[in-house]
Design a protein around this ligand. Sequence first.
Ligand SMILES: Cc1ncc(C[n+]2csc(CCOP(=O)(O)OP(=O)(O)O)c2C)c(N)n1
Ligand SMILES: [Mg+2]
Length: 557
Amino acid sequence: MTIDVATGISRILKQEGVGWVSTFPVCRVNNALGREGVPMLMMRDDRYAVAVADAFSRITAGSQGGSKIGVATFQGGVNAAGMQYAYAGMAQAYEDGSPVLCITDGVPAGASGNSQYDVASAMKTVSKWFGYLDKPERTPELMRRAFTMLRSGRPGPVVLAIPNATATYDETADPYRPVKGWKSAPDLADVRAAVDQLLQARNPLIYAGEGVIYAGASLDLKALAELVNAPVITTLKAKGAFPEDHPLFVGVRGDQVAHYLNQSDLILAIGTSLSPGRFSHGIPDPATKTIIHCNIDELHINKMYPTAHAVIGDARLTLQALCREVSDRTSGAGRAAGDVAAEVRAARDTALARYRQVMNSDETPINPYRVYGDLMEVLDLKKSFVTHESGNTRDQLSTVFDTLIPRGFLGWGNVSTLGFSLAAAIAAKKAFPERASVAVTGEAGLGYMLGNLEVLLREKLGVTVVHISNGGFAGYGPGFWGPGHDPFTHRVLGPDEVDMSKVIGALGFHTERVSEPAAIIPALRRALEINNSGRPAYIEFICCQYPVYGQWVGRGE
Ligand SMILES: Cc1ncc(C[n+]2csc(CCOP(=O)(O)OP(=O)(O)O)c2C)c(N)n1
Ligand SMILES: [Mg+2]
């Protein structure tokens, strides 16, 4: 049967289990999505269209319901206005390694002189793979290739550019079958070498990255940690890969994490690039440590730090192989427990004491940690989703928020593009409608979101936005950038000048403005209750600026 490319793509998306597509108009493939019964979630700008799909891939990764691929469409071709704006979302997806599928109009043959901006070269800098559909018959081939890239190997965004969505081809000539996605298992000799070192180490530390979540390997990580009785830290993006109420969990950042990174003689890194960016640890004194680097491919091996042993393969298969090898060597007994759990507990108690204290603070303006502590009390941490913004909310929440299930919290941002939290909270609501979904933001993140708040009302998405309202960019206070810069890029109109709860209330959100600590819990409860009926909520907590949080270590600053 002869169909057009847009129809072919829509049908293939359905075959691949794509339940909806986020978009900002206009992309010609959209013409067939409605007809073929693939609902569109229209965001209010192209960057958010990408960010919601990106977050959907991240949040469903490795979940019990199965990993899902988020798909976004936006304007491209000769009038690539949408793409130019979507670039910000794509750059972040690429930086963070998120498997999102982006579909856009391609520049038709003969039209490459019509604009300055070069679609193909721009997209290639922010994608794992860029496909250009130069012949309608190639639709199944390119879609097959796209889903192979999205489901296999190191995750990253894939872009398809469609220059002529109304061109036709014979659907029966190359029938489409869904792509499974393939994994690689590690070389057993490498596993043995790693375990040799691991069992000799005095103070091994497991450093888990987001690859563990993509591989759906949280239980395997727990099994290995328990078998070798090693303390565990995770990266920001892997926060929740290991249950944070577990006796072997050290933290994501802070003095206790610094202590373990410093004292370890062996670091077993799994599913992480181990490349210290702005929001991650470096390895202190790397020459004195044995670094075993388990990764899905070679890209990060021997990058920045010398790798003593690499184990290349899928994180889950690698963890399982390590467990089997340790078990065989120790007749199932593993490494002796020693005092590891008690030491971890003591290190956490000491490091977290200062935060636990302010979590109970009655001061006004409210201390932001009091909001986080109360949020943890109100939420069912096994049935909820929380994410942070760029700024102090990231730094503070990643220091103290207890994440009990994978993606109960989404840490994001090797570089952190302000405004992503709203996209993440929307995606979480789409992925797990029965879970509470909360985005915690400052004023800068809120500024990026404002245009997109209408989507939550239109789509009846019961999400709560928690605003730590402190009248400025708390992390950038006077002195932060050095003299001369202050205070011009720090202060904005704050709660004394603007009542954001009225502004957002006028849109139709349930809103509250809270300045008393005792009112935090009741306000959060009301918001979450109202969310259950599909109405979004915005709560403005009048807070102090409190740029205090756990450190990153080993970055040589
Ligand atoms: C797109 C983008 N531009 C610039 C930045 C740099 N940046 C990071 S945090 C921040 C300000 C955060 O202030 P606010 O939202 O008020 O949060 P607070 O730290 O006060 O809680 C800025 C400008 C960024 N992360 N993303
Ligand atoms: Mg602020």
